[in-house]
Structures are given as structure tokens and as C-alpha cells.
Design a protein around this ligand. Structure first.
Ligand code: FES
Length: 116
């Protein structure tokens, strides 16, 4: 299957989404998790970089997006900040980051993100 890169401004949904939890949207066949972290709406691939669980079914804990499967947590930049199975004082590999499509903004009653 060939994937097509999403580019340009796209409407993700209505403005005023519940900021206390992640949301899912699909743009041109690609699924994204929309989440409000670090004071802004963020758009990540909906696939967790660990085992591909849907990040949009996770939860927000201490301003981080927590994957529902093994509890990895991601900050607003997509950087992984917690891998519970590693325990304390163990460096988290940078490859554990989720891919971030960008930042979303509310305008004219909708939530928009620029891809590309
Ligand atoms: S699938 Fe997300 S932490 Fe394992």
C-alpha cells in the first residue's frame, strides 16, 4: 500500500474540544491523536512508537500523553518522558519519540493544523 504525505492546512474538527483527554481524527486516510499539552493543541501520529497502540485512546497525566498499553508518556514535542518498565535513572532512547505532525490552532470555530 502506498501512503501519501498530508500537506497544507487541514481541518481536524470543531473548536472547543475537551482538553482533558486525547481525540482521534483521520486526515487523508492517516490517523492522528489530537492532544492539548504544554498549553497548545498538538497533533501526533495515532500510532504509539512502541507497539502501535492508539495514542488517542490514552489519557493525559501531568501534562503528558500516556499510551494506554504500556504507559509510555510523551511531552508536547513528542519526546518520550517515561517508560515505566525501565525504572528510574535509566535513559530513554530518543527513538522512543512519537512523530509529531504539528501544532493545531483554533480559528473560525474549527481546529486546524498545517501538515507538510
Ligand atoms: S504500545 Fe504504547 S507504550 Fe507500548
Amino acid at each position: 500500500m502506498t501512503s501519501v504525505a498530508v500537506t497544507g492546512w487541514r481541518r481536524l474538527g470543531p473548536a472547543g474540544l475537551d482538553r482533558s483527554r486525547p481525540h482521534r481524527t483521520v486526515v487523508d486516510g492517516a490517523a492522528y491523536a489530537i492532544v492539548h499539552l504544554d498549553g497548545r493543541w498538538r497533533v501526533f501520529s495515532d500510532d504509539c512508537p512502541h507497539r502501535m497502540a492508539r495514542l488517542s485512546t490514552g489519557r493525559i497525566v501531568e501534562d503528558r500523553l500516556e499510551c494506554p498499553y504500556h504507559g509510555w508518556r510523551f511531552d508536547g514535542s513528542g519526546r518520550c518522558t517515561l517508560v515505566p518498565s525501565l525504572g528510574p535513572n535509566v535513559a530513554i532512547p530518543t527513538r522512543a519519540a512519537t512523530s509529531q505532525a504539528g501544532v493545531a490552532v483554533e480559528r473560525d470555530g474549527s481546529l486546524w493544523a498545517e501538515f507538510g
